[in-house]
Structure formats: C-alpha cells, structure tokens
Design a protein around this ligand. Sequence first.
Ligand code: F6P
Length: 324
Amino acid sequence: MKRIALITSGGDAPGMNACVRSITKYCLNKGIVPVGYYDGYQGIMENRFIELGFRDVDNIVHYGGTILGTARSEEFRTNEGRLRAIENLKKNEIDALVCIGGDGTFTGANVLSSEMQIPVIGIPGTIDNDIFGTDHTIGYDTALNTVTDAVDKIRDTAGSHHRIFFVEVMGRNAGFIALNSAIASGAESVLIPEELTDIEAVARDLKEQSKGRRSSIVIVAEGDDGGGAREIMKKVTPLMQDYTLRYSILGHIQRGGSPSAFDRILATRMGAFAVEELLKGASNVMVGVRGNDLLTLPIDAAVKIEAVPDLTRLRMLHNLRTLG
Ligand code: F6P
C-alpha cells in the first residue's frame, strides 16, 4: 500500500483533527503517502487534495473543526458523482480510503466500496454518538462536556429567577447527548426521541418536582417527537400558567471547541488502528471501540442497525426525581 486517502465528512466533530494527524503520522512512519481530500466526498469528486506531510499536522491535536474541511454532498448521492470520485481516486493511484464521519458518511462509504476495488474503512466521528457498533464516536465526549457546562450556566440564572428552562441539545434523531447530559447536569427531566413524549405528564412531573425549588431544567433532544425546546415549552405553557418558563437552544456551539482528552486519545487510537487494519487487508469495515478495545465490524451493519442509548439510564433518572 503506497497511497492512502482520507476525508472528514458530514457534521464536523471535535477530535477529527487528532484523527487526521494520527492517520498522517502513522502512514508516514510506514512509508505511505497520506492524501487528504478537502471537504469530504465533494473534494474527491472535484479532485482537490493535499499530500500530507508531518508539518501539515503539527499542533492540530487540540483544535476543534477539521483542517481538511467537510461537507454534506448531494452530488455524491448520484451515480455520476460517485463515478467521478472513483475516477479521481484511480487517477491519483489511491490504494485505500479512510472516511471519518457519521451515518451519512458511512452510507456513502458503503455504496462507494461496492462500486470500486479500493478498500474503504470508516472511523466514527460525530457528536451524536448514533453509530451502531461503537460505544463512543469521536467528538461525543467533548460535546457532552460542552452541553454540561452550558446547562450549569443556565442553572445559575434559572435559580436566580425561579424559572423552568427547556434546553434543546443536538443529536439529530438520537438521544445520546440529551440523556447523558441530563445525568451529568442533574436535570429534572429529559425528553428523547426513543421515548414518546406525553405533554401532560411532563407538566405534571415538573409541577411536582418544582415544589419549593428555585429552578428546574428539562433537556430536550432536538429530534424529540414532541418537538424542540420551543415547541415543548409552548405546549406546556397552558398547563403551567403559574410558572415562569424559558427555553434555550444550544445549537452549533456543541460542535466546536477544543476536543477533550478522551476524544483526542480515542481519535488518535482509531486513526492508527484504521491504517494498521488496512495494512492487514481490511476492507469495507468501520472501526469501533467497546470498553477499551478497538475492533472492526462491517460498515453495512453500522449503516443498517440503529444505535440506541442505554434506556436503563432513563429509568434511573426517573428514580432520581425530586419529590416533595
Ligand atoms: O450530525 C451532527 C449534527 O450536529 C446533528 O446533531 C445536527 O442535527 C446536525 O448535525 C446539524 O447539521 P448542520 O451542520 O447541517 O446544521
């Protein structure tokens, strides 16, 4: 293997740079040229790339975002787009492709690998943690810490004003960030897409938990069936006339910032492991982590099977409510 291409694709996630750095340095140490394409699949279709050297990845382990850039490419979904990408990979004598990203990236990688001879390996990089087959995706830990920090701050002002806050967090259609940030921030309630939301029950529970308290926090996953934080607050308002309600949408701050030590280590390990696996002949697999161990599993499984957060944690939260 002489030339390994890599992309970061989909929503950026803190730790992607640590992964790019790891792949680059590992390849160079093995005498392989790492070829970084810009802006995900879009860059492959447009043949925009850089042959990465040690200097290109100096001092990036602690940066959020991705030095390669990223995109959600519509064109790559078309046969013509993918044909162009395959032609460019061949023209550049690419022997393997590493795709760092989330479920959309893996869907692309899966289709691409069925249409060409070059081995493809996926590395899960998304703040959402919604990839089957891995305990953690790169960026999730950092996002969780960012959300926890933001909710702590909201708690201060909520308490000063005797308010109930509905805080909306990201996660597309998955409740990983919501559920675990609710535990970390001591939220009174959490609404996630994996559980149907009953507005009357939410209001009842909040009234019960708010007795004699200065503040209550409800974490709302952006993909909740009851709507986002603003909609949930609107629906609850008629049932809670005597309370002061506010909502806050944390938005894209959740995607930025310096990666946590956990994400830097995970990203570095996954990057090096992906190259090692390619050298051993792996193809059309993704890298995952279970406990402390790295592993590979078919990308196909990651694409087809839905990742669900540990719902026993939701039941635990129910038993941690403040009553009376
Ligand atoms: O996939 C990561 C994610 O941040 C989701 O949590 C969110 O729904 C989405 O991306 C936002 O996408 P965009 O970058 O298009 O705003």
